[in-house]
Ligand binder design. Structure first.
Ligand SMILES: [Zn+2]
Length: 186
């Protein structure tokens, strides 16, 4: 079951869907332009709420670039970058976003200024890898803080993308199409 996330119901996060703009690696708008609603599986939302609570206790918020992603959108991303290191295959891959159990996100302060993580979202370079340590100490600490908050809440990280977190045991959750979402995203 997918639950709604939007910018009005919870001040502890801000949704800025990169794929609802042209400002993403595909240089095309994949979702409805300017879309601010997204979804998470109820189990992922339950755990994300723990992360939100922990971040808030530290005076921090989240900026969300992507959460649920209809499988049709996965196909479009794959067409632009058919590389399983970064994009899971739309028919056969893990596709955690298409199951509503993954989040692409970063930490911000209460004013919405992003903490320095060393790269932006969807930076497909070695610098974005979890084990890339040739970044300033504070940047590394910021990444470890994001990692620690998300892990403590029950998510696992992606070794190649510091911004990606998902629930373990992806097979327990169903891949969903745009039609199966509570509201159309495309
Ligand atoms: Zn992701």
């Amino acid at each position: 079951m997918l639950e709604l996330l939007n910018n009005t119901q919870d001040s502890r996060y801000e949704i800025f869907l990169a794929y609802a703009t042209m400002n993403n690696f595909t240089k095309t708008c994949i979702y409805k332009s300017g879309l601010q609603n997204t979804f998470l599986h109820a189990e992922a939302l339950k755990r994300f709420n723990i992360a939100l609570e922990q971040a808030a206790a530290l005076g921090l918020r989240f900026k969300i670039w992507d959460a649920f992603r209809p499988v049709e959108a996965q196909q479009i991303l794959w067409n632009h970058m058919p590389d399983e290191k970064y994009i899971t295959h739309p028919q056969t891959g893990e596709r955690p976003h298409c199951r509503g159990i993954a989040l692409d996100l970063t930490l911000t302060d209460m004013q919405g200024t992003m903490l320095d993580m060393g790269t932006g979202f969807d930076d497909f370079s070695e610098t974005a890898h979890q084990n890339f340590f040739k970044i300033p100490t504070q940047t590394q600490k910021n990444r470890l803080l994001l990692n620690g908050i998300m892990h403590a809440a029950g998510f696992v990280c992606n070794p190649f993308e510091w911004w990606h977190f998902q629930l373990p045991e992806f097979n327990r959750y169903k891949v969903l199409s745009n039609k199966e979402a509570p509201a159309s995203m495309l």
